[in-house]
Design a protein around this ligand. Structure first.
Ligand code: 4NP
Length: 155
């Protein structure tokens, strides 16, 4: 059965679309593109319809990852459409918890930090929006770590 994963951050222009593009590239490189569906969304809708932040796109492109997502806000029906809804930080997690219509939906919410194996000193994926280049590189390092774990789970 197809696994459907939704990554969620605040604006859906930095962290979650990068996670989406990274996991998609990983599964496709393993020939597993058919067994997983991956998407991303933001708890805040102010950037809806926009391409990802150019700083995030450039940093991802330097690692061979192309980001084509257009931002959208997470909605209640996402809890029907996805098996796992993975929050980048605690604020996103709490916003998702409030949006979830019932207990079954709440049980689909996870924190990205649960998938970190090498960067265990991080308890969330830090918002890079007001950071310099290193902030974006750190996000990608953390996402690589967690996406490798997710790929292992899918395999
Ligand atoms: P993201 O980063 O949640 O990783 O997409 C942000 C993007 C935009 C804003 C905050 C964080 N903002 O305040 O507009």
């Amino acid at each position: 059965m197809k696994q459907r994963i939704l990554f969620v951050c605040l604006g859906n222009i930095c962290r979650s679309p990068a996670a989406e593009a990274m996991l998609r590239r990983l599964v496709e490189s393993e020939g597993l593109g058919d067994v997983i569906e991956v998407d991303s969304a933001g708890t805040y809708g102010g950037h809806r319809g926009e391409r990802s932040d150019v700083r995030m796109r450039r940093a991802a492109a330097a690692r061979g990852i192309e980001m084509t997502h257009l931002a959208r806000q997470v909605r209640e029906e996402d809890f029907e459409l996805f098996d796992k809804v993975i929050a980048m930080d605690d604020n996103n997690y709490e916003a998702l918890f409030r949006l979830a219509p019932d207990r079954r939906a709440q049980q689909k919410i996870f924190r990205f930090k649960e998938y970190l194996r090498r960067h265990t000193d991080w308890s969330y994926i830090p918002d890079p929006y007001y950071e310099g280049h290193e902030g974006f590189e750190l996000v990608l390092d953390l996402l690589e770590d967690g996406c490798a774990t997710l790929l292992d789970e899918i395999r």
